[in-house]
Write a protein that binds this ligand. Structure first.
Ligand SMILES: [Cu+2]
Ligand SMILES: [Zn+2]
Length: 190
């Protein structure tokens, strides 16, 4: 009986300590947010970046998108100009956000800024919550900052089976995932 009550006492102590530890582990603090707008400047929603332990949780609820999957990335420059032009002078909305955030010279599918795709329902809304252990606040808020971009098409993550291409994905696929144009952008701010 005595050892049972000792065990119960230990359990009581554990019950008091465990939630405190769990709470410390899951404590989240906001590190940034991006107000996302489409090419016409219409507000689609906000994407939040929160630090949770050693990870960054990216979460957002967006509206006004076309149904289906859309590629979703952190791009390496925090400038969202809907009337941007490429080096040939062609208008390419949000070209100013540059390519995918890429800290270690990886190909697409392994870029630091590659995120799970957004799924947009028939009502035009999407919500996304994903956690990431490669993004860092230092990378998001480097000298030229960063931007979140939503593309017009699904992301193939450079997954091109060799029966389609014995030489593997080409340079464009390795840079972009064949995700099409940039339909929305938001500069990530603290
Ligand atoms: Cu992108
Ligand atoms: Zn990428």
């Amino acid at each position: 009986m005595r050892s049972t009550s000792g065990f119960l006492a230990a359990l009581t102590v554990l019950a008091a300590v465990v939630p405190a530890v769990a709470e410390a582990d899951s404590a989240s603090s906001s590190i940034g947010r991006a107000v996302v707008r489409d090419v016409s400047g219409t507000l689609l929603g906000t994407v939040r970046f929160d630090s949770v332990g050693r990870k960054i949780v990216i979460s957002g609820r967006l509206t006004g998108l076309t149904v289906g999957f859309h590629a979703f990335h952190v791009h390496s420059v925090g400038i969202c100009d809907p009337r941007a032009t490429d080096p040939n002078g062609a208008v390419v909305p949000f070209f100013t956000a540059a390519g995918h955030l890429n800290l270690d010279a990886s190909g697409h599918g392994h870029h630091t800024g590659d995120l799970p795709s957004l799924y947009v329902s028939a009502d035009g809304t999407a919500s996304s919550v994903n956690e990431n252990d490669e993004l860092t606040a230092a990378a998001l808020f480097d000298a030229d900052r960063s931007a979140i971009i939503i593309h017009s098409l699904p992301d193939n993550f450079a997954n091109i089976p060799t029966r389609y291409s014995p030489t593997g994905p080409d340079a464009a696929t390795l840079a972009t995932g064949d995700a099409g144009g940039r339909v929305a952008c938001g500069v990530i701010t603290r």
